[in-house]
Design a protein around this ligand. Structure first.
Ligand SMILES: Cc1cc2nc3c(=O)[nH]c(=O)nc-3n(C[C@H](O)[C@H](O)[C@H](O)COP(=O)(O)O)c2cc1C
Length: 186
């Protein structure tokens, strides 16, 4: 280890993992549409396709997901940073429809008829198949029932139209990925 390293409080060690691509999680129940940015989304299995989400049980969105049992996970383009920023400042327990108040438009997904932001570049339709206690968070295991992506995705992202958002922590916030072709080394 380098001598110059300093000791970090383990409870904030997750911040060492930034920058991360934030997703937008949406779930609805009765007249409530809950939505929140989430970076703790991980691919767990290819077949069946399973994603894990680490989510605080304090969040309104968690409570809505528990009522509905289904959710969408969306990827957004950097053009939507202002909307995502506005959404991250909204408090779920005060707002019945966080998508609308932050300027997103709604679309209904083809298979599970769930709400997703119309602006999304990719949308996963998910069903929760398990929910584990993991310290002060819950680990939701989500089956990817269907997933849709823009033309820029052909087995992998081409990054010709899609410019991902990176979240660098509260001091940096949301920034565009903006990787130009000549910078690529693979
Ligand atoms: C970029 C970003 C990523 C976040 N990722 C997560 C996450 O993965 N899990 C989590 O529980 N909270 C995460 N949060 C916090 C929630 O999004 C935030 O507390 C939100 O206000 C919860 O909304 P709700 O109470 O309306 O559900 C993140 C916040 C930001 C800004």
């Amino acid at each position: 280890m380098k001598k110059s390293m300093k000791n970090i409080n383990p409870s904030i060690s997750y911040r060492l993992l930034y920058p991360s691509v934030p997703t937008l999680i949406v779930s609805s129940s009765k007249d409530t549409i809950s939505a929140m940015p989430a970076v703790s989304v991980i691919a767990l299995s290819n077949e069946p396709a399973l994603l894990g989400i680490s989510i605080s049980p304090e969040h309104s969105t968690y409570k809505t997901i528990k009522r509905n049992g289904k959710l969408t996970i969306s990827l957004l383009d950097s053009k939507d940073i202002p909307r995502l920023f506005a959404l991250s400042k909204e408090l779920g327990y005060r707002t019945k429809d966080k998508l609308r108040t932050s300027g997103f438009h709604k679309t209904i997904t083809p298979k599970l008829k769930l709400i997703a932001p119309a602006e999304a570049t990719a949308v996963f339709e998910c069903r929760v198949v398990n929910d584990f206690e993991t310290g002060d968070h819950r680990l939701l295991i989500c089956n990817v029932v269907s997933v849709y992506a823009s033309d820029d995705f052909e087995d992998y992202w081409k990054y010709e139209q899609y410019n991902p958002i990176l979240y660098g922590g509260s001091s940096i916030g949301f920034v565009p990925y903006n990787k130009s072709k000549k910078e690529r080394n693979m």
